[in-house]
Ligand binder design. Structure first.
Ligand code: AMP
Length: 353
């Protein structure tokens, strides 16, 4: 049964004995509510990896500029709590702005102790257009980390700039929390799920799906060898030019960790975009990586190496190497090349049967 807690002291008094009894890890999923499948994927991961899961639901005024949609942002606490209940969440923490001492908007950041991430990360991408947004995010997330002291916290790749900034925050401030990135969940059309999609008409949703299609176009070019930032960006722009209802605010290729602009993809690049569809601002991104990391597990025959490796790779979205198949392939190569099995000079690798 999920417990809905509205105050910091209630939450602390629940968590303190739990932590003292050393009952297992605590996972935190910070959200602004209006939960959808994107949020639920973070929650499912948190539940799979922790003994106790806290979902915070807080529309943080400090990350909204005065002209933004704070007043209209969808709020549906009852429905959200029911969703959390059905997922098996332990605690929902839904404080008021007063409880978090975050009344106002980004302007109120001047009257509060704040956490200011490095300018190099906040003045790029969305930060150019939402100057105080990430200070608002970093301040509230730090507060949540301090109140809840989670072992792991789950953040969506959908907000790639936020993810990079929070990773950096935890590292710079030595906060003992593992930041767990989670893949973007999309509608069948390709549109990334977002609470703000509620603002879109059906027609606008169809137009917004073009964002992902255009990013996919860049991905295809990348797979075929295009690593130049300008060329990849232009491809997206050209593809979106056909849908004039989608107005690009920015499209940039950056390093996914430092968020600094890159001109070429050496290993990994984050192609991030923000657009307006009607009056709704949407963001999306894809990570372009030379190749995914490969998982390989070695061990005795029949130990379940392949099964475990395959399932791990599937869950983490990585490639896997079936070491059994690799040994068979190398044996075949050595034998068919006529190399003696104990000829270490000529064998491509030291190979022991
Ligand atoms: P929000 O409620 O929009 O602040 O989002 C809360 C968390 O859910 C953030 O870490 C987001 O990145 C994540 N999230 C939102 N939409 C998606 C999505 N479509 N796929 C994966 N994660 C998401």
């Amino acid at each position: 049964m999920v417990l809905l807690l509205r105050t910091i002291s209630e939450l602390r008094s629940y968590l303190k004995p739990y932590r003292q009894a050393n009952q297992g890890t605590i996972g935190l999923v910070p959200t602004m509510g209006a939960l959808h499948q994107g949020h639920l994927s973070l929650i499912a991961k948190a539940i799979a990896e922790n003994r106790l899961v806290v979902v915070s639901i807080f529309v943080n005024p400090l990350q909204f500029a005065p002209q933004e949609d704070l007043a209209n942002y969808p709020r549906q606490l009852e429905e959200d709590v029911q969703l959390c209940e059905s997922m098996g969440v332990d605690l929902v923490f839904a404080p008021t702005p007063e409880e978090m001492d975050s009344r106002g908007d980004t302007g109120a950041l001047n009257n509060k102790t704040t956490v200011v991430p490095p300018q190099s990360m906040t003045q790029v991408l969305c930060g150019k257009y939402r100057p105080a947004h990430f200070t608002g995010v970093a301040s509230i997330v730090t507060q949540l980390f301090n109140i809840i002291q989670p072992d792991k916290a789950y953040f969506g790749q959908k907000d790639a700039q936020q993810l990079a900034i929070i990773r950096r925050l935890a590292q710079d401030l030595n906060i003992p929390v593992a930041i767990v990135p989670c893949p973007i969940i999309r509608e069948a059309s390709g549109l990334a799920l977002s609470s703000r999609n509620q603002y879109l008409t059906e027609l606008e949703k169809q137009q917004a799906a073009k964002i992902y299609h255009s990013l996919q176009q860049a991905k295809l070019a990348f797979i075929q060898g295009e690593i130049n930032a300008t060329a990849l960006i232009n491809l997206v722009k050209q593809k979106l030019a056909a849908t004039e209802e989608v107005r690009i605010q920015y499209i940039e290729l950056v390093d996914p960790f430092s968020l600094q602009s890159i001109t070429q993809i050496k290993q990994t690049g984050l192609l991030a975009i923000a657009v307006y569809v009607g009056s709704t601002r949407l963001i999306d991104n894809i990570v372009l990586q030379k190749r995914q990391p490969i998982i390989a597990i070695d061990g005795p025959a029949g130990a379940g190496k392949s099964t475990v490796t395959r399932s791990l790779a599937h869950q983490l979205g990585l490639l896997y190497l079936d070491t059994g198949a690799m040994y068979r392939a190398v044996t075949w190569l050595v034998q068919s090349s006529g190399i003696a099995i104990n000829d270490h000079q000529r064998s491509p690798i030291y190979f022991k049967i």
